[in-house]
Design a protein around this ligand. Structure first.
Ligand code: UDX
Length: 438
């Protein structure tokens, strides 16, 4: 059993802290945000993440999971410390490392024995070295420490599952002792034969960017393929499925849509471009993926305008789905954001519904009419656009929708509805790469 501190209680920190305590370790999650810690102490989970409350409650009840806003105390009492604070995109597009470096300073000042410091936050390649320099600078009593890069591969909405059943765990370090500590931390996975990739810090840092940027590239690829399908009369679903049946390609992350969003892909692709640029290297494929993604989001707005076939001024549009993907209330870089901006600029009235993300969007766009049910969001609309592939939307009663809308027009940017059914009900529709009905 290890004594572990996790600094940062965002979705990565909280999921990791809860998961590590579930492995049987004694974990203290620390955050300088006292409000967040108060809520956690009262049993409230500040983010929407399926399964997280259960695993937190279980380990809190077992006395293995604690919360504190006293970060220095959490560090002093722990042998393994995870840095899991945010690395938002800074003004110049690069990751903002202020929080990571501040935590490194606090850790350096509170070293009081041999400790292993692991970075989970996504940080540019080469940050590990900078963190070690800070740790050493503030380590007045020269306590020994090991440094590890241990990137996360958690998808929002299935983060708990991803943490408990990862495809691999990446441990970047320079000391064999550090690998041994992490093998202990991840022992239940290790004995279950989850591959533990032991490598150096720079390789671990690179793996994270290489993986996310590749997935982003795959999505942009299928989105551009979908656009081609529209022009030549092909069905992108059959194309993607058949491509994916080739084991070298795999069918995953080949779903066309309104462009990728979220807290990782947009930020990580831009950061990777920044890293390549800083080293004087071109990264044309990722540049193209980013550009294609921005184009895809704009293309959805153009599609909607075309579907309405008239000025959007004074029209009412129903938006179904605000989160960047289902099972999350996160709206960061969501395709709904440029769509709402476009519609507002054009003078349309927006009615919107998301099963969990209404509140997250309200602070960005207070003038949108947020509805509690999809039926209310589509009522008396001139067109409806689906932007998130929530299961709830797959099961909508389209006949009912037909009766509620003013004009039966539907843009399905996630390709989740039956074109046959829409056509039978008299909807004019469009989607991504499957064919339109004017
Ligand atoms: C991602 C990575 O998957 C995860 O490993 C990483 O550590 C964090 O970033 P996340 O951002 O939570 O996870 O969501 P993900 O499921 O990867 O989806 C990202 C975006 O791509 C979403 O907007 C989603 O709608 C879009 N997407 C995904 C597609 O448009 N098509 C696909 O086939 C898959």
């Amino acid at each position: 059993m290890k004594r572990v501190a996790v600094v940062g209680t965002g979705y990565v920190g909280l999921v990791s802290g809860a998961g590590i305590s579930d492995f049987g370790h004694q974990v203290i999650c620390a955050d300088i945000d006292t409000d967040k810690i108060e809520r956690l102490l009262q049993g409230e989970i500040p983010i929407y993440e399926p399964g997280l409350k259960e695993i937190v409650d279980r380990n809190v009840a077992a006395g293995r999971l604690l919360f504190t806003h006293d970060v220095p105390a959490a560090i002093r009492q722990s042998e393994v410390i995870f840095i899991a604070v945010g690395t938002p995109q800074g003004d110049n597009g690069d990751a903002d490392l202020t929080a990571v470096f501040a935590v490194a300073e606090t850790i350096g000042k509170n070293l009081n024995g041999v400790k292993t410091i692991c970075t989970k936050s996504t940080v540019p390649i080469g940050t590990g070295k900078k963190i070690c320099t800070i740790l050493e600078k503030f380590n007045a009593d020269h306590h020994p420490f090991y440094y590890v890069s241990n990137p996360e591969f958690l998808r929002e909405g299935s983060a708990v599952k991803d943490f408990m059943h990862p495809d691999r765990v990446v441990v970047g370090a320079s000391a064999p002792e550090a690998y041994a500590v992490l093998r202990d931390v991840y022992r239940p996975l290790y004995i279950n034969e989850t591959p533990l990739v032991e490598t150096n810090v720079e390789t671990a840092e690179t793996i994270k960017y290489a993986s996310n940027a590749f997935l982003a590239l795959k999505i942009s690829y299928i989105n551009e393929m979908a656009n081609l399908c529209e022009t030549v009369g092909a069905d992108v679903h059959v194309v993607a499925k058949t491509m994916g049946s080739d084991g070298r390609i795999s069918p995953k992350f080949l779903h066309p849509g309104p462009g990728f969003g979220g807290s990782c892909f947009p930020k990580d692709t831009r950061a990777l471009l920044g890293i390549a640029r800083a080293h004087g290297l071109p990264f044309r494929t990722i540049e193209a993926a980013v550009e294609a993604n921005e184009g895809q989001k704009q293309r959805m707005a153009a599609k909607l305008e075309q579907l309405v076939g008239d000025t959007l001024q004074g029209k009412t549009i129903g938006i179904l789905g605000l989160a960047f993907k289902p099972q999350t209330d996160d709206v960061r870089e969501s395709a709904a954001i440029p769509m709402i901006r476009f519609l507002e600029r054009k003078g349309a009235t927006i009615r919107a519904y998301d099963p969990v993300a209404n509140e997250s969007m309200r602070c960005h766009f207070p003038q949108v009419i947020y509805c509690e049910r999809w039926e209310d969001a589509v009522r008396d609309t001139d067109a409806v656009v689906i932007l998130t592939d929530w299961n709830e939307f797959r099961g909508m009663d389209l006949q009912k929708m037909r009766q509620l809308v003013r004009h039966p027009r539907l843009l399905d940017t996630r390709n989740i509805l039956s074109m046959k059914e829409l056509a039978a009900l008299g909807f004019a529709y469009d989607n991504v790469g499957r064919g339109i009905r004017p």
